[in-house]
Design a protein around this ligand. Structure first.
Ligand code: AMP
Length: 578
C-alpha cells in the first residue's frame, strides 16, 4: 500500500501545499482513488463526507491543471455537487490546495446572479464547481463550454439523485467530450447509481468500503460515546466533556498538524496540562512528550494519527476523536489505545452534523453501538466541579490539622450561623480552584434529527428524573444562578424544599429541567439552587411558587413521587422526609 502523498503520484507543488496545511498522510479513500485518477482512469468510489474524498478528486484534478498549465480559458475540470453549500466548500478546498499553482476555480450555483457567474466563466476557469441545475443553464446559454473538458467529478451522486437532478446529470454528461475522465463518488451505491456508472464510466476502478473489515475481536472494553456538535462549538463542547469526564490521561486526535497546535493551545487555556504530538516534531521532542505523559505530568496529548502510532501508555483512560476518523479502521486503531489490561476505557467522538454517515459505517464495521449523548451544559460542569471541591474538603477534613482555622470559625460563629460560615468558606475554596473560561456560558445548540434520543420539541416527557439526554430540549443555559449563594438578594424570591438530593442523583440541571418542563417556567426565572444529600432547595419567584409546587407534586422523580413544600427556613433546612 502506498502510504504517503508523494507515493500517490502527486507533484512537488501539491506536496508542499499539503505539508503546509499540516496533512501528514493520505486517508484510505485518497490512497485508493488518487493513483488511478492521476493515471487517467475512471473511478467509482463509495465515500461519505469526512473521509477526505474532496481531496481525493481535487488533488488529481489540480495535478492535471499543474501539469498541463493551460491558460484558464475553457474549463478543464467540472465538479458537480448537490448543494450550494457543498459548491462553496468544494471550491474552497480547491483554492486551498491549488493556491500556489494559481488554479482558477469558479463556483456556480442557483440563487446567485446568473450573469455575474457567466462573466466569471468568460474570464476563464480551470475548474468549475457547480450544482447540476445551474450548470445546465450555463450550458444551454453557452456560457459554459465543455470543449476542453478533460475530467468530471460527481460528488455525493446519491444525494444529487435524491434531489431530483437525475435528468440534468444525464444531459450534462451527454454534452461532454467522450474522451473525458470521470470520477463518481457516492455515500451509497443504489441501482440508480450503478446504472449511471454503467453508462457513463469506462472500465472504472471500484473503491468500495468493506462492509465487514477485519476488526472483529480486536476491540477492547471501551465505553463509546459520540456528541453531535456544530464545528464552531467543538472546542467548547470538548472542554465541557473533558471537565465532566476528568480523564487521568487522554489522547485527543486531530486530522492535521495545524489543528493539533491550535487545539493544544485552546485546551491549555482551559487549565489542562497539554502536550502536542505530531509528525513535524523530531524524535527527541516526541520522546520528551511521551516521558512526560508516562510520568503523569500531562493531562492531554493532542496528536495526529501518524505521531500517535505506537503510543502505548498504561494509564491512558480516554481517547477523544476531535473529528470522526476517516475510516472505521482508523477508529478501531485509535480506541484500541485505551481500555488496556482489562480496565474500561472511554472513547469520545465529536461529530459535526454532516458526519453521521461515518459514525454509522463505524458501527457497521465494529458491530458495536456508539451512544449519542448531549453535550453537558455549564450547569452539569459546574455541578461536577462542585463535587470536586466537596471531595477536596472531605480530604482536608480527614487529614485534620485544622486547629489554626477553627479559631476563625469560632470568631465568625459568634456573629453568623456556622452553616453560613462553612458555606462561605466552601465558596472561597471553590472559586479559587475554578479557573473558568469565558466560553463556558456559550449556548451549544442541540442537533436534532440524527438519532438524538428524546421527545420532539415542545413535548417534554412526564417524570423528570430521566437522564439528561432523555429529556426535552434543554433550557437556555444561564448558570450564573447556580450554587453560589445569590449575590443579589431578591425580595420576591421564595425558597422551595424538594425531597430529593444527591443520593438520588439529583443535579442542578435536573431541577432546572423539571421546573421548566413541568411548570413551564422560564429557566432564567429560577434563582439559587442548593442540593444536599437528601433534599434540595430552589429559589423561585413568589408569584410562581404555588404553581410550581403543584406541578412538581404531580410529577415523578426517577419513578418516585417526592415531597415538595415551601421551605420553612434556609438556615435550618428541614429534616429529610420520612
Ligand atoms: P471531506 O471528507 O472531503 O469532507 O474532508 C474532511 C476533512 O478532512 C476536511 O476538513 C479536510 O480538510 C480534511 N482532510 C482531508 N484529507 C486529509 C488528510 N489526508 N489529512 C488530514 N486532513 C485531511
Amino acid at each position: 500500500m502506498k502510504d504517503t502523498f508523494a507515493e500517490l503520484g502527486l507533484g512537488q507543488e501539491l506536496l508542499t501545499e499539503l505539508a503546509s496545511l499540516g496533512y501528514e498522510e493520505p486517508t484510505p479513500i485518497q490512497k485508493a482513488a488518487i493513483p488511478p485518477l492521476v493515471e487517467g482512469r475512471d473511478i467509482l468510489g463509495q465515500a461519505a463526507t469526512g473521509t477526505g474524498k474532496t481531496a481525493a478528486f481535487a488533488l488529481p484534478i489540480l495535478e492535471r491543471v499543474g501539469r498541463d498549465r493551460p491558460a484558464p480559458l475553457r474549463p478543464l475540470a467540472l465538479v458537480l455537487v448537490p448543494t450550494r453549500e457543498l459548491a462553496v466548500q468544494v471550491s474552497e478546498a480547491f483554492h486551498r490546495y491549488g493556491k500556489t499553482m494559481g488554479a482558477e476555480v469558479v463556483p456556480i450555483y442557483g440563487g446567485q446572479d446568473f450573469f455575474r457567474q457567466a462573466n466569471a466563466l468568460r474570464r476563464g476557469a480551470h475548474v468549475v464547481v457547480a450544482t447540476p441545475g445551474r450548470a445546465l443553464d450555463h450550458l444551454r446559454r453557452q456560457s459554459l463550454d465543455f470543449s476542453d473538458l478533460r475530467i468530471v467529478a460527481l460528488d455525493e451522486a446519491d444525494e444529487m439523485l435524491d434531489m431530483g437532478f437525475a435528468e440534468d446529470l444525464e444531459l450534462i454528461l451527454e454534452a461532454m467530450p467522450e474522451s473525458r475522465q470521470t470520477a463518481l463518488f457516492s455515500a451509497t451505491l443504489p441501482p440508480r447509481i450503478a446504472s449511471i456508472a454503467e453508462r457513463h464510466l469506462r472500465d472504472p476502478e471500484r473503491i468500495l468500503i468493506p462492509r465487514d473489515a477485519a476488526t472483529k475481536g480486536s476491540l477492547p472494553k471501551v465505553r463509546q460515546t459520540a456528541y453531535i456538535v456544530p464545528r464552531a462549538h467543538k472546542v467548547t463542547a470538548l472542554g465541557r466533556v473533558l471537565d465532566l469526564e476528568s480523564p487521568t490521561l487522554a489522547v485527543v486526535f486531530c486530522r492535521t498538524r495545524v489543528e493539533v497546535d491550535e487545539l493544544a493551545d485552546r485546551l491549555g487555556g482551559r487549565g489542562y496540562r497539554v502536550a502536542s504530538l505530531h509528525g513535524g516534531m523530531s524524535q527527541q521532542e516526541r520522546d520528551r512528550v511521551m516521558a512526560k505523559a508516562r510520568a503523569g505530568t500531562v493531562d492531554l496529548l493532542v496528536a495526529t494519527d501518524v505521531a500517535a502510532r505506537g503510543i502505548d501508555i498504561e494509564h491512558l483512560t480516554h481517547v477523544v476523536n476531535f473529528d470522526v476518523p476517516s475510516s472505521p479502521e482508523a477508529y478501531v486503531h485509535r480506541i484500541g489505545r485505551t481500555g488496556r489490561a482489562g480496565r474500561e476505557g472511554v472513547a469520545i467522538t465529536l461529530v459535526d452534523p454532516r458526519g453521521h454517515r461515518l459514525l454509522r459505517n463505524i458501527e457497521q464495521v465494529t458491530k458495536q453501538k456508539i451512544a449519542i449523548s448531549t453535550v453537558p451544559t455549564p450547569l452539569d460542569v459546574k455541578a461536577r466541579r462542585l463535587d470536586v471541591t466537596k471531595g477536596a474538603l472531605r480530604e482536608a477534613l480527614l487529614a485534620g490539622e485544622l486547629d489554626r482555622y477553627r479559631v476563625v470559625v469560632e470568631t465568625l460563629a459568634a456573629e453568623f450561623d456556622p452553616m453560613d460560615v462553612a458555606a462561605a468558606a466552601v465558596r472561597l475554596a471553590h472559586e479559587a480552584s475554578e479557573g473558568e473560561s469565558a466560553e463556558d456560558d456559550v449556548h451549544i445548540p442541540a442537533i436534532d434529527g440524527f438519532r438524538q434520543p428524546g421527545p420532539p420539541q415542545g413535548a417534554p416527557p412526564r417524570g423528570w428524573g430521566a437522564p439528561p439526554q432523555a429529556r426535552g430540549p434543554r433550557p437556555p443555559q444561564d448558570d450564573d444562578r447556580f450554587h453560589a449563594p445569590r449575590r443579589h438578594e431578591q425580595r420576591d424570591m421564595v425558597r422551595v424544599y424538594i425531597g430529593a438530593g444527591t443520593r438520588m442523583g439529583m443535579r442542578p440541571a435536573d431541577l432546572v429541567g423539571a421546573i421548566s418542563n413541568e411548570a413551564d417556567i422560564n429557566p432564567r426565572a429560577i434563582g439559587g439552587i442548593e442540593i444536599a444529600e437528601m433534599f434540595s432547595i430552589v429559589e423561585l419567584p413568589a408569584r410562581d411558587v404555588d404553581h410550581v409546587i403543584r406541578a412538581l407534586r404531580g410529577a415523578t422523580l426517577r419513578g418516585r413521587k417526592v415531597k415538595v413544600n415551601r421551605d420553612l427556613g434556609f438556615r435550618n433546612p428541614p429534616p429529610p422526609p420520612r
